[in-house]
Ligand binder design. Structure first.
Ligand code: F6P
Length: 317
């Protein structure tokens, strides 16, 4: 292999820049030219590529977001669109692509590898929703951002008698809510994995109030219910002043934590190593602190087990 590309796709995640840097550094060390493919699959199809110089990338280390930009391109499912992309890559002499992103990005990588472009997927998303890895790049940073925000809420909530309902991102995965909820002592955590029973939530808030808790914080994953309506109903039926807070995109920004930087560096170097070994159509994960790789599609179909941390939530509330 003489020339490879690297792209970021889907929602950006803190640490993506570090993964790009690692791919470039490891590639150049092995005598490979590394091209940045800008704006994900959109740039791949448009031929928006630029050779990356390792010495330019250090300034990106503390930066969130992705220096290669990201875009969602649903049209990439169309084989004709992909053919254009493959032709552009071949014209540029790019033989392999490292794709940093979530599950949608992996599907694109699989499709590309079936068309003769070697691909390796690196899990980059704040959602931690890729079953083939214990942690995705960006999850730890997003989690710490959420923890800081909820800690601030607790300060003010505790000074009064309040209930706060905090909505966290995660797409269809409850990990951000679960980990942030436990980290900040939320009495109630609602995710797809726990299921949502409105009556049960209202009863728990009332019980906690009657037990003498001055404040209750509920962590709830996005896409479960409308938290503004829920807050109004909780307030009405418990008599507890209740404020909704949607954390939103601030969870996606910010400087990556050391954990995410190390994870991204480890995975970026590993991706290049695998390509050099001739490995193709695989995605990288970390399991019990060891790097692993799976067939991309098998990885997406792995069953997700319920996180055992859900068992301690009740004991802590
Ligand atoms: O996948 C990352 C993520 O931030 C999800 O948590 C969220 O559901 C989604 O992206 C939001 O996407 P967008 O920024 O396109 O609205």
């Amino acid at each position: 292999i003489k020339r490879i590309g690297v792209l970021t796709s889907g929602g950006d995640a803190p640490g993506m820049n570090m993964a790009i840097r690692a791919v470039v550094r490891a590639g150049v060390k092995a005598g490979i030219e590394v091209y940045g493919i800008y704006e994900g699959y959109k740039g791949l199809v448009e031929g928006n590529y630029k050779k990356l110089d390792p010495s330019d990338l250090d300034k990106r280390i503390p930066q969130g977001g992705t220096m290669l930009y990201s875009a969602r391109l649903p049209e990439f499912e169309n084989i004709e669109v992909r053919r254009v992309g493959v032709t552009k890559l071949k014209e540029a002499g790019i033989e392999a692509v490292v794709v940093i992103g979530g599950d949608g990005s992996y599907r694109g990588a699989k499709a590309l590898s079936e068309m003769g472009i070697k691909c390796i997927g690196i899990p980059g998303t704040i959602d931690n929703d890729i079953v083939s890895t214990d942690y995705t790049i960006g999850f730890d940073t997003a989690l710490n951002t959420a923890v800081e925000a909820i800690d601030r809420l607790r300060d003010t909530s505790h000074s009064h008698i309040r209930c706060n309902i905090v909505e966290l991102m995660g797409r269809y995965c409850g990990d951000l809510s679960l980990y942030a909820g436990i980290s900040t002592g939320c009495s109630i955590i609602v995710t797809k994995e726990t299921g949502f029973d409105k009556e049960d939530v209202i009863k728990k808030v009332k019980d906690l109030h009657e037990r003498g808790e001055r404040h209750v914080i509920i962590a709830i994953a996005e896409k479960i219910t409308n938290v503004i309506d829920l807050s109004e109903e909780v307030q009405e039926r418990t008599g507890y002043k209740t404020n909704p807070m949607i954390l939103g995109h601030i969870q996606r920004g910010g400087s990556p934590t050391a954990f995410d930087r190390v994870l991204a560096s480890n995975m970026g170097v590993y991706a290049v190593k695998l390509l050099l070994e001739g490995v193709n159509s695989r995605c990288i994960g970390i399991r019990e602190n060891k790097l692993v790789h799976y067939d991309i599609i098998e990885a997406l179909d792995l069953p997700k087990e319920k996180n055992p941390l859900y068992d301690i939530v009740e004991d802590l509330s």
